[in-house]
Design a protein around this ligand. Sequence first.
Ligand code: ADP
Length: 442
Amino acid sequence: MIRSLLIANRGEIAVRIIRTCKDMGIRTVAVYSQADADSLHTRMADQAICIGPAASSESYLNIRNIITAACVSRCDAIHPGVGFLSENPKFAEEVERAGLVFVGPTARTIRMLGDKVRSRHSATEAGVPVTPGSMEAITDAASAAELAQQIGYPVILKAAAGGGGRGMRIVKHAKELPNAITVASREALAFFSDGTIHMEKYLLNPRHVEIQLLSDGKGRVVHLGERDCSVQKNHQKLIEESPSPIINEQMRQQMGADSVRLFEHIGYRGAGTIEFLVEDGAYWFMEVNARVQVEHPVSELVSGTDIIRQQLLIAGGKGLDVPDEPLQLRGHALECRVNASTTGTVVKFNPPLGPGVRVDTHLFQGAKISPYYDSMIAKVIVHTPHRQLSIDTMVRALKEFVIEGVDTNIDSQIAILLSKPFRSGVFGTDLYTRLFPDPKKR
Ligand code: ADP
């Protein structure tokens, strides 16, 4: 049973976790950098501890300071949130070594899944189809060229330790391959301290569909249906929805069963997501995200499940609190990420309200948006009986949203929602570049 939780994160996800803790009667301890002294998560938590200067490397990524903060504040567990240390096996290890509970999978699982090559092996062992490509790291240009010839161009080179849409390089022609391999592995080494890369067939305009799972670590695994995250800019998600407009019941069941089997196979514990690419009715495993994801609210709304609460129950040894019978998913949920394109002070802040609208944010009037962290400042999530209604409600909510003092992507999000392909549900991951072909206007 968790009584006191330290949240090793900031921003909207820290606020989100604190709210569930309050619902569950868990005491919360926030950590913050000097740039975040006045932020909402530090104000909402029962206690707040400064862990270092603004730069994340010295604060939100500072394992020693975070664990010390948890010990001095007498916490019994640490929730890593999203990003920062959430998929760092060393952090999970250190947390447990300090006698604290890590709210997430075991360090061993995180380490294995953090390597895209190893996770492709696990998926294959569990009988889950993976995108055609290399099953081993690429070591020499000649065998890579042979493989690329076999699977057909274009191919994509990915950093095995990559994440967040970075460390990927598309190769269209054979003559570009040798140089691309050199550059990709050099970049992988620079960004992720690991030069290992692998190759996959590059699908031209797929959908990104992922399955949300919960596992108690003792053999019970359930899935909460899918999220469609095909609206992306530079391989980063912008809009997510559940259910996906292109997945029928049979495919949902098949993808769900495959995902559950993979989590059973690796003995996964906690909340996690399996990401797939979908094209022409077929799907392929891409990777596992061993943490809660930014877009988790859409699954919460259609399944009626508080995913953070489930994480805390699992970590506290209480198991899952979801019904035994197959989960009924209700209605349609849509999430738009609101990103800031400038920094500064928010001088006016009026988030949307009304039927079917939820806003996860750490902003308030007077909040400062600094250049140090992720540009996402809010998530608007709507839940209605069906997709068209969700789109209309989202457009209304985004138009109602007043944020003054910094520039945001709200107008382009509205333009996407109103576009014909998005409304029809028939589009792929290239939607954003199709709607905004001029890179200067994005
Ligand atoms: P990250 O771990 O950085 O998030 P992913 O492997 O999850 O990277 O891929 C992010 C996005 O990149 C996907 O949602 C998809 O749009 C695109 N992508 C990745 N692999 C492929 C592929 N083989 N073919 C086409 N698009 C891909």
